[in-house]
Design a protein. Structure first.
Length: 254
């Protein structure tokens, strides 16, 4: 089966690196026009040059940044059919060590950006009777671990948001799903490896990270992108309101 996004226009936040970049590649290969959003202009330009995506420099942790990102995508394409709320950074620690400022920043980037961008894209999707919203979360949304704050809490809220929007969007052809990431190779993991003082090779380090994953390895960004492509395409037309683990079996809950 060939998955096609021909004629579709996608906005992917955090599209300059890691999972977002892999989704941009996959969506463009499937025929979509894609806009990618990130803050660092140089990385964004490099990603755009490599993939053919339209770069949009914006900080989506603010209402103004979300508005600017959405406006730029509409200026480029005229519409947003597929919204992927993917930008995020890992934030966790002992509960008592997480300040109000950290909680707020986490909620702004991971929850409010998804709320604001969905609200901006929604009227056009409703009018055209077609929309796909994919919220990239993590497996802590279903199974919050100790020291998982604030991320696990923001992500659980993202799962509730997914369900609310799926129920509201269904009569209008707007399908909304969440993808819950376990450990998937990305720039984030390159940075974590670089910060590990033990000096392991990247391959040895990745093997170590994957040891407790039932499939025995960490995931590839392309595998994640293929799942997102399926949901964005017509092949995923009967799936909405779902939070799917993309984690090699790592999550303790289904
Ligand atoms: N990879 C994993 O194993 C894993 C596990 C659990 C959850 N996740 C989630 O999956 C998503 C993608 O992760 P990744 O591993 O691909 O991360 P990554 O490699 O670090 O990429 C993050 C992307 O988000 C962008 N970004 C960050 N803050 C932003 C902001 N305020 N405004 C606009 N763009 C922003 C970054 O670009 P700039 O820095 O230039 O803005 C970059 O393009 C994230 O939400 C992450 O939390 C990933």
């Amino acid at each position: 089966m060939q998955l096609s996004l021909a004629g579709r226009h996608a906005l992917i936040t955090g599209g300059s690196k890691g999972l977002g970049l892999a989704m941009a590649r996959a969506f463009i290969e499937a025929g979509a026009r894609v806009a990618i959003v990130a803050r660092d202009a140089a990385t964004l330009q490099a990603a755009a040059a490599e993939t053919g995506a339209t770069p949009i420099a914006a900080d989506i942790s603010t209402a103004e940044g979300c508005q600017a990102a959405h406006d730029a995508a509409v200026a480029a394409f005229g519409q947003v059919d597929i919204l992927v709320n993917n930008a995020g950074v890992s934030q966790h620690g002992r509960f008592t060590a997480v300040s109000d400022a950290v909680w707020q920043a986490d909620l702004d980037l991971k929850l409010f950006a998804a709320i604001r961008l969905a609200r901006l894209a929604w009227p056009g999707m409703e009018q055209r009777r077609f929309g796909r919203i994919i919220n990239v979360l993590n497996i802590g949304a279903k199974a919050p671990p100790a020291q998982g704050a604030p991320t696990a809490v923001s992500r659980a809220a993202g799962m509730a948001l997914t369900k609310v929007l799926a129920n509201e969007g269904a009569p209008h052809g707007i399908l909304v799903n969440a993808l819950l990431v376990g450990i998937i190779e990305s720039d984030q993991w390159v940075r974590r490896h670089a910060a590990d003082p033990r000096g392991l090779s990247f391959d040895a380090w990745k093997a170590e990270q994957g040891r407790n994953v039932p499939l025995g390895r960490i995931g590839k960004a392309e595998e994640f992108a293929a799942t997102a492509l399926f949901l964005a395409s017509d092949a995923g037309g009967y799936i909405t309101g779902t939070a799917l683990n993309v984690d090699g079996g790592k999550s303790p809950v289904v």
